[in-house]
Design a protein around this ligand. Structure first.
Ligand code: IMP
Length: 499
């Protein structure tokens, strides 16, 4: 006979937090949101910790290299989507790893034989006033000079004047060599009153430019998430089919952490994939998604470094409607957090859990953390920002951004939803939608974190760990049905989904 659960499964909106005593030192400025994302032993430091508990979803409409850099600058992590060719995904990972905060590859380049007319046209096109002059006009060519607006006067100079006649030649340039640190480059900028310093290799080839404004920006990122080489930390999604081809290429490109991306992770394919990665590479790997302790323990015993929790709660997800599988996100999380803590107690090994999908209000994040999540993964939240890869459109008087599910026909992510058969995707597990445009990531993240910190202070907690042990949570009502359908998005067929 089938097993029946006596309790209905519940979602975040059915709970509220009760305030605890707030001591005078418990103010938002003293709250630390650092959190582990990979497993560690008692009394050891986790190999990777986030500075804010946010991951952007493994989705075409959410996590490319731009999102990954922007989110790492704020202290979180992106998992670059795997529903693309290995080569394309590797390229995105490489771009994140090669991005040196403050060091940029020159985007405006000409040769000495170009003319002032070309310089002006390039400035107009790129919006930059600094042009690197290289022997072949490429960003990595031999550096022969630099042109800035101080080098010419459009009122006097002929537009046909060759660049070689008015550029500041290499012999007069202040430049840094490979290995120059950002703060050394900044010293050169200040000492010589420059706006930009080129960095060259031993053969005089241009490698990077460092701009004064970028250095200032870098200083604005006290929480940025860096590896030991000062590159941004980045994750990538993989599947259980082409992993023997995909994983070696991603590791080669420098990926820090992998996650198996699936709507149902309680499978032998996931075990095999985790074991393959663990046996062959020194890279962290998360697995999922699961919705109960059995699934969680199976993946923990398979060797997963973290486990992703959540089936059917995503805003664009229709898995529950299509297949009748899933569980209210809060119930799944509460049960799995309990299993994680018991496993830690028993073995001394702590396996972080990620609450994935279904975050609609900022307080849902605090609720997920209080219920035991170490970090949350969000798609809809990040899709709304400038940094997401999708188009911004104007519909009526409102700006929106496109947001489509990985299990929609649009994403055609066959591997993720096809559990091994040859039939491919015969039905969709997600919708294609719009989300309201919300501006830049940083401003929004700042608002969200300040709300979380403020609530944590209400609960008397200065750390996520403290919140998890001290939180008092009360059930309010049952609205979990809403979470089961597409919700909080405007469907492309013009109808409104449930609020
Ligand atoms: P959101 O933050 O509520 O928008 O949920 C994002 C999450 O939805 C992702 O991290 C995935 O786990 C999940 N997801 C993405 N595409 C699909 C789909 O096609 N069907 C079901 N779940 C999906």
């Amino acid at each position: 006979m089938a097993h029946y659960y006596k309790e209905p499964s519940r979602t975040f909106s059915e709970f509220l937090l009760l305030p605890n005593l707030t001591t005078k030192d418990c103010i938002p400025a003293n709250v630390d949101l650092k959190t582990p994302i990979v497993k560690f032993q008692k009394d050891e430091k986790p190999a990777i910790e986030l500075n804010v508990p946010f991951a952007s979803a493994v989705m075409q409409a959410v996590s490319d290299q731009h999102m990954a850099i922007a989110l790492a600058q704020c202290g979180g992590i992106s998992f670059i989507y795997g529903s693309q060719t290995v080569a394309d995904q590797v390229e995105m990972v490489r771009k994140v790893k090669e991005y040196k905060a403050g060091f940029v590859v020159s985007r405006s380049n000409l040769t000495p034989n170009h003319t002032l007319r070309d310089v002006l046209a390039l400035n107009e096109r790129n919006g930059h006033s600094t042009v690197a002059v290289t022997d072949d006009g490429t960003p990595k060519g031999k550096l022969l000079g630099i042109v800035t607006s101080r080098d010419y006067r459009t009122s006097r100079d002929s537009l046909d004047k060759p660049v070689s006649e008015f550029m500041t030649p290499y012999s007069s340039l202040i430049y840094g060599t490979l290995g120059t640190t950002l703060s050394e480059a900044n010293d050169l900028i200040w000492e010589h009153k420059l706006n930009c310093v080129p960095i060259v290799d031993g053969d005089q080839n241009l490698v990077y430019l460092v701009f004064r404004k970028d250095y200032d920006r870098h200083k604005e990122n006290p929480l940025e998430l860096l590896d030991n080489n000062k590159s941004y930390i980045v994750g990538a999604g993989i599947n259980t089919k082409d992993y023997k081809e995909r994983v070696p290429a991603l590791v080669e490109a420098g990926v820090d952490i992998l996650v198996i991306d699936s709507s149902d992770g309680f499978s032998e394919w996931q075990r095999e994939t985790v074991q393959y990665v663990k046996a062959n590479f020194n890279v962290k790997i998360g697995a999922g998604n699961v919705a109960d302790k059995e699934g969680f323990m199976y993946l923990v015993e398979s060797g997963a470094d973290f486990v992703k929790v959540g089936i059917g709660g995503g805003s664009i997800c229709i898995t529950r409607e299509q297949k009748g599988i899933g569980r209210g996100q809060a119930s799944a999380l509460i049960e799995i957090a309990e299993a994680r803590d018991a496993y830690f107690e028993e073995t001394g090994t702590y396996v972080p859990i990620c609450s994935d999908g279904g975050i609609v209000h900022d307080y849902h994040i605090t609720m997920a953390l209080a219920m035991g999540a170490n970090f949350v993964m969000m798609g809809r939240y990040f899709a709304r920002f400038d940094e997401s890869p999708t188009k911004k459109l104007k519909i009526g008087n409102n700006y929106v951004k496109e947001y489509w599910a990985e299990g929609s026909n649009r994403a055609r992510n066959w591997e993720r939803y096809d559990l091994g058969g040859k039939q491919g995707l015969l039905f969709e597990e997600g919708v294609d939608s719009y989300v309201p445009y919300a501006g830049g990531l940083r401003e929004n993240l700042d608002k969200t974190t300040s709300k979380i910190k403020s609530t944590m202070c209400n609960c008397g907690a200065k750390t996520i760990r403290g919140l998890q042990s001290e939180a008092r949570i009360t059930l309010v009502s049952s609205t979990s049905l809403v979470e089961g359908g597409a919700h909080d998005v405007i469907l492309k067929d013009g109808s409104m989904s449930a609020e």
